[in-house]
Design a protein around this ligand. Structure first.
Ligand SMILES: [Fe+2]
Ligand SMILES: [Fe+2]
Length: 471
């Protein structure tokens, strides 16, 4: 196992050739996907050759092959992680029973909704990022953007495969709908609001890959625990691709920090307006972008108290990320203390699982902040250290909706909150300034002035490599 068959029209490791009906259905969907890619994918770069990695095996070591490809020729396909022999459900009321190879009738609509909701985010992010290529800070970054984009396209394939293979006609209809909704569309928007926010500059792109792709990681981790085995295997392989997206975010923000510190040193000041005049991103401005994207991504975990989350867990459909690290996998007795605007409340753990996930997500988010802050401190600017906003700041979902809480978690008088909001998230002027920095740089090895070069190139190639070749 592990090997992927590339001689077929749709590369796969699920023996598609043996299921002619499924093969035909997916071959029918494939041209619609390519049309979507050409009209909604990276704008104007369909003829460019990008140095991309393609999965050749699903084994953890060395699964990728690198080469120059035109994006519409990318070999999207269906890759599932190898099965775990005699896998059993690892949590909930059905714990210990054999994992399901087919969809249990009673969970059919819930599983379909989970798959559609995940699937919808994948093409959404490609749509959100489609204009970024025009303002890339380097060829290296442009290539990374395209790598993220083709892999999100493949994640769509992953979910569409499940819909086609296990959900019959309504699955096929949902697969069509995944290409019909569009990010930010007034009539047919994407399902989750974060995926309707435009990503019009590269600072937002780095924040999105850092915070929002990390939400993706946590969703995939919890679905990788699912008792529905094909979903688990699909998500396990998607996670290996997802890691690169977060790498782009973490190193991207890290490079912005490094460049800003260089400019501060050269100017001998930390005055934001002087830094901006020198064409770099002052750290308080970066902090506003972190506040914006972190708070927006926190909403993706849903309400603190959720009967859906409880049912999904109890029924073995969706576990906690890294379920095996916990000792109690049933949670019928456990409780969790929740901070609400009305004070602390004790909630049944089963109903508070969205919050459990949000907390472990935030811990994961802290890792990058520690790295960036080490660099800031070493440069002698510890007072400008970056921080995650309070999980109660600017929430659009859950018990903190509409409460005037600042990024430090303090409840403020409404009037003060309204007056100060743009001290914490980017104002129109901040966004206009960031947009003014977004000048396209495509000379091999060169970097825009607002971001430091990365430590190394892709796949051991030098930074000067021509990672994207225009026709
Ligand atoms: Fe994805
Ligand atoms: Fe991603």
């Amino acid at each position: 196992m592990g090997g992927i068959n590339y001689s077929e029209k749709i590369p796969n490791n699920v023996n598609l050739a043996n299921d002619r009906t499924l093969q035909r259905a997916l071959e029918h969907w494939q041209p619609k996907f390519i049309d979507w890619w050409k009209s909604m994918g990276p704008s104007d770069f369909q003829g460019a050759e990008a140095y991309l990695r393609t999965a050749v095996s699903v084994n953890a070591d060395g699964w990728a092959r690198y080469g120059a490809v035109k994006m519409p020729d990318y070999r999207w396909g269906i890759f599932l992680a190898d099965p775990v022999a005699e896998r059993r459900i690892g949590f909930g009321d059905l714990m210990g029973q054999p994992a399901w190879q087919q969809v249990p009738g009673e969970y059919r609509s819930t599983l379909r909704r989970l798959i559609v909701t995940q699937g919808d985010t994948e093409p959404a992010s490609v749509e959100q990022q489609r204009l970024l290529g025009h303002s890339c800070p380097s060829l290296y970054d442009l290539r990374n953007l395209f790598q993220v984009n083709v892999e999100e396209g493949r994640h769509l394939w992953a979910m569409v495969y499940l819909l086609h293979a296990y959900f019959g006609r309504d699955g096929r209809e949902e697969a069509e709908e995944l290409l019909a909704r569009h990010s930010g569309d007034a009539d047919k928007p994407r399902i989750l609001s974060t995926f309707n926010e435009p990503i019009s500059d590269w600072l937002s792109f780095y924040c999105f890959t850092y915070f929002t792709d990390r939400d993706g990681k946590y969703q995939l981790k919890s679905l990788a625990e699912s008792g529905f085995d094909p979903l688990s295997r699909t998500c396990r392989f998607m996670l290996t691709e997802e890691a690169h997206h977060m790498f782009v975010g973490e190193t991207g923000i890290g490079r912005v920090v490094r460049r800003t510190l260089e400019v501060m040193k050269a100017l001998g000041t930390d005055d934001p307006s002087a830094i901006r005049r020198a064409g770099a991103v002052d750290l308080p401005l970066l902090q506003k972008y972190l506040n914006f994207w972190c708070s927006s991504s926190l909403d993706l975990f849903g309400n603190e108290i959720s009967s859906n989350a409880a049912a999904n867990f109890a029924n073995g459909l969706k576990g906690r990320p890294d379920e095996s690290q916990y000792t109690d996998h049933v949670l019928r007795e456990a409780t969790l203390k929740l901070a609400t605007p009305e004070g602390d409340q004790e909630a049944p753990m089963l109903n508070a699982l969205n919050e459990v996930m949000r907390e472990s997500y935030l811990k994961d988010c802290e890792i990058g902040l520690k790295r960036w802050n080490r660099v800031i401190e070493r440069a002698g600017h510890g007072a400008l250290a970056l921080a995650l906003p309070s999980a109660h700041f600017r929430r659009s979902i859950g018990s903190w909706v509409g409460h005037p809480v600042d990024p430090q978690g303090r409840i403020l008088p409404r009037e003060q909150y309204d007056r100060r909001l743009y001290d914490w998230i980017p104002s129109e002027a901040d966004r206009a300034f960031v947009r003014s920095l977004m000048q396209r740089v495509v000379e091999p090895g060169r970097m825009a002035g607002w971001v430091a070069p990365p430590d190394r190139g892709i796949n051991n190639l030098p930074l000067e490599h021509e990672y994207v070749r225009f026709q």
